[in-house]
Write a protein that binds this ligand. Structure first.
Ligand code: SF4
Length: 347
């Protein structure tokens, strides 16, 4: 059961109210429109549903016009402090903006941004990061999850005073337990949808583990309405990781899924190479299909019974099976090719 949050629309993508779209952030210079559009297209092909771009200057804000027209998915403007950059991005087609109202300056400026968003049905994400909280709140509550929540509530109040309610919240720390605690507290304090992420999570390996634990445990609690896996890696890797996290918690069923055993002393085939080759060959498949690569026939077909198709290694050969039923024996050198051909026929 997902927490019942207020649905918010980012272009045609719904955040909250049950769906959990995947997002990522481009690492191109936003004003390099060709490179940025190219990267958005790569993200889209990988399964990204919302793309965010940094807006550090007016050239980046001006680039939104061209980028939003070309993008197949809604584009979010990530802005710090400068309300004029926000206004330019809103006028140029941004589908959401990420800005903290408490950092904009006078209430007149906040109202101007809130009204511009309201006129175009554009939500605002309030993004609180543990490392950059309001000094007064940090002074009172320390660098704690509670301080992050208090900070978010203060930003919400500013937007609510402008009669603005189309809000998404994120509360990120690079510490997993602080992140999880902050989101748990926040989910009890408001109905706004929550954008989940562990910030500065690290490189591919450690970053995926931290993100999977942080984002995954919240999703299992029913908390979270959109996710971004932050990795020091090409952004497409974030999408692959996000999909696997959603799959692991039962929120994503599309695409091919590989089930493979770790292998052990019973295995007589090159299990690691075969599993990696099969994984690479099926990563483009959009239809849901479970593929198993099991090291031996003792446990293979039985343990991978819910796989649509799979192989179990033998001595210089493998057994091909479908839904646990053995179909035929194949030569070891033909394992990958046969499996891929059979998958193609089963799609
Ligand atoms: Fe070992 Fe066979 Fe289990 Fe793989 S399926 S881990 S080879 S017993």
């Amino acid at each position: 059961m997902r927490n019942n949050t207020k649905p918010v629309f980012v272009g045609n993508v719904k955040i909250g109210g049950g769906s959990v779209p995947i997002q990522s952030m481009c690492n191109t210079k936003t004003e390099d429109t060709a490179a940025t559009i190219d990267q958005i297209n790569q993200l889209y092909s990988a399964g990204c549903e919302i793309a965010r771009l940094a807006v550090p200057n007016i050239n980046a804000a001006n680039a939104f016009d061209k980028i939003c027209s070309a993008s197949p998915i809604p584009v979010v403007a990530d802005i710090h402090f400068d309300y004029k950059l926000a206004l330019t991005c809103i006028a140029n087609g941004a589908a959401k903006i990420r800005i903290n109202p408490g950092n904009i300056g006078s209430m007149d400026k906040v109202k101007e941004v809130a009204n511009a968003c309201k006129n175009r049905n554009i939500p605002i994400r309030i993004g609180v990061n543990l490392g950059s909280m309001d000094e007064a709140i940090e002074g009172e509550f320390g660098r704690t999850p509670l301080a992050m929540v208090k900070s978010a509530l203060a930003h919400i109040e500013i937007l609510n005073r402008c009669d603005f309610d189309d809000i998404v919240i994120s509360l990120k720390a690079s510490d997993v337990s602080k992140t999880v605690e902050a989101y748990r507290l926040m989910s009890k304090s408001c109905k706004y949808p929550l954008h989940l992420g562990v910030t500065e999570a690290g490189t591919r390996y450690s970053g995926i583990i931290k993100s999977a634990i942080g984002i995954g445990s919240l999703l299992l609690d029913g908390i979270g309405d959109t996710i971004r896996v932050s990795l020091t890696a090409p952004p497409v890797e974030e999408i692959k990781a996000a999909k696997e996290i959603l799959r692991a918690v039962g929120l994503y069923e599309g695409g091919a899924q590989l089930i493979s055993c770790p292998s052990c002393g019973r295995c007589q085939i090159d299990q690691v190479r075969i599993a990696n080759e099969v994984e690479k060959a099926i990563e483009h498949i959009k239809k849901p299909i479970k593929v198993a690569v099991m090291g031996c026939a003792v446990n293979g077909p039985g343990e991978a019974k819910d796989a649509d198709i799979g192989i179990a290694g033998g001595d210089g050969c493998a057994l091909l099976f479908k839904k646990g039923v053995i179909i035929r024996k194949i030569d070891e050198k033909d394992i990958v090719k046969t499996l891929i051909d059979e998958i193609g026929e089963n799609l």
